[in-house]
Write a protein of this length. Structure first.
Length: 200
C-alpha cells in the first residue's frame, strides 16, 4: 500500500487588536497577518515575514468597549466608525489572501498566545463570511509549542522566560501588523529550535 501523501502546512502569524474580551459584545478593531513559513514532509522552511502580509482596520460592530482594552492598541473608535472597513468586505479580502498565499498547502493560523486572537478571528470569519480558510481547528499556539519543546508547564511560560535567541529583535508595538511580523520571526525560531536534552 502506497504511503499517504502529506499535504504541506502554510503557517500564517496573526495578531488582532480588540476593544474587549470576547467577540460579539465587543469588536475586533484591527487584523494583521504575515506568512511565517511552510512545512512539508522534508521539514520547515521559514519565510520572510515582511514579504506577504495583510492588514485591515475595522468598523466597530457594537457600542460597547472596555477602555483598558481599547487603550492597549491606541486605536480611535470614533475614527474607525467613520473610516474602518466593513467586516464582511475586509474578512472576504482576508480569506482570499489566505487562499492565495497558501496555494498548494493547508493554511494554519499561529499566534502568541493564539487563544485570544483565534477566538476573534474565527468568530468574525464565520459571522461575516460563513466560513474559515483555516477550518475549525487550523490553529497553533506558539506558547504551547515552546512549553512542549522546553519541557515546561504551560502556565510557567512567558516571552521573558524564553532564551533571547528565540525572540524577534523587533519591538512589540500593539500594532497588529507589526506584532504579526514579530511573532512570525518567533515562530520560525521555535520551529528550528532543538533544545539541549536535560542532564540525567
Amino acid at each position: 500500500m502506497a504511503p499517504r501523501r502529506i499535504k504541506p502546512s502554510l503557517y500564517i502569524s496573526v495578531d488582532i487588536e480588540a476593544d474587549g474580551p470576547i467577540p460579539g459584545p465587543y469588536s475586533m478593531l484591527s487584523l494583521g497577518a504575515a506568512a511565517a513559513g511552510r512545512q512539508d514532509a522534508d521539514g520547515f522552511t521559514a519565510a520572510d515575514p515582511e514579504e506577504r502580509t495583510f492588514y485591515r482596520e475595522f468598523r466597530p460592530i457594537s457600542e460597547e468597549f472596555v477602555p483598558e482594552a481599547l487603550a492597549v492598541s491606541g486605536l480611535d473608535r470614533e475614527r474607525l466608525t467613520r473610516e474602518g472597513a466593513e467586516p464582511p468586505v475586509a474578512l472576504a479580502e482576508f480569506a482570499a489572501w489566505v487562499r492565495e498565499v497558501a496555494e498548494g498547502a493547508q493554511p494554519v493560523m499561529c499566534g502568541y498566545p493564539a487563544s485570544y486572537d483565534w477566538t476573534f478571528l474565527y468568530w468574525y470569519l464565520i459571522r461575516f463570511t460563513g466560513a474559515s480558510p483555516f477550518g475549525h481547528s487550523g490553529c497553533l499556539d506558539m506558547k504551547t509549542l515552546y512549553a512542549t519543546k522546553a519541557g515546561l508547564p504551560l502556565r510557567s511560560v512567558a516571552k521573558g522566560t524564553m532564551p533571547r535567541h528565540l525572540l524577534s529583535r523587533r519591538r512589540h508595538t500593539h500594532h497588529a501588523l507589526d506584532d504579526a511580523i514579530e511573532q512570525a520571526e518567533l515562530f520560525a525560531n521555535l520551529m528550528a529550535w532543538s533544545p539541549a536534552p536535560s542532564a540525567p
